[in-house]
Design a protein. Structure first.
Length: 129
């Protein structure tokens, strides 16, 4: 009888392994959502800005929402970035200011705040020319 229980427990553990693998995969989902490259003319039309952004999100599900809202998010970010001045963006303070504005704009679209939605904005590339 003891041998029977040992085999039964072993079978249950084997059958339960895929469920644990899926949970581990979901737990390992990226806390970042990357956007495609954005290129905009800056205010004054004599310079342009090209950036690649990664948005740090509170939960992986927010990354999926960002994918769904991608056209609206890109539109708002193009409007936001194209209203900036190159000399302001060249400073650290200017970059931090636009990071906060990007976070606020995306969270407004998603109807979330900076604790439940986008928690940080990271520049992967940032070129003013």
């Amino acid at each position: 009888m003891r041998k029977y229980w040992t085999i039964l427990i072993a079978v249950l553990l084997i059958l339960g392994a895929p469920a644990h693998a899926n949970e581990a995969k979901e737990a390992g989902a990226s806390p970042y959502a990357r956007l495609e490259t954005l290129t905009v003319n800056l205010e004054g039309l004599t310079q342009y800005l090209q950036v690649n952004l990664a948005l740090k999100v509170a939960k992986p599900e927010i990354g999926e929402a960002i994918k769904e809202w991608n056209p609206v998010i890109r539109h708002e970010l193009i409007l936001l970035l194209s209203s900036q001045k190159g000399e302001e963006l060249a400073t650290l303070e200017g970059k931090k200011k636009v990071m906060a504005a990007i976070k606020a704009a995306v969270n407004k679209i998603l109807k979330l705040d900076d604790k439940t939605g986008v928690t940080d904005v990271l520049f992967e590339t940032f070129v003013i020319q």
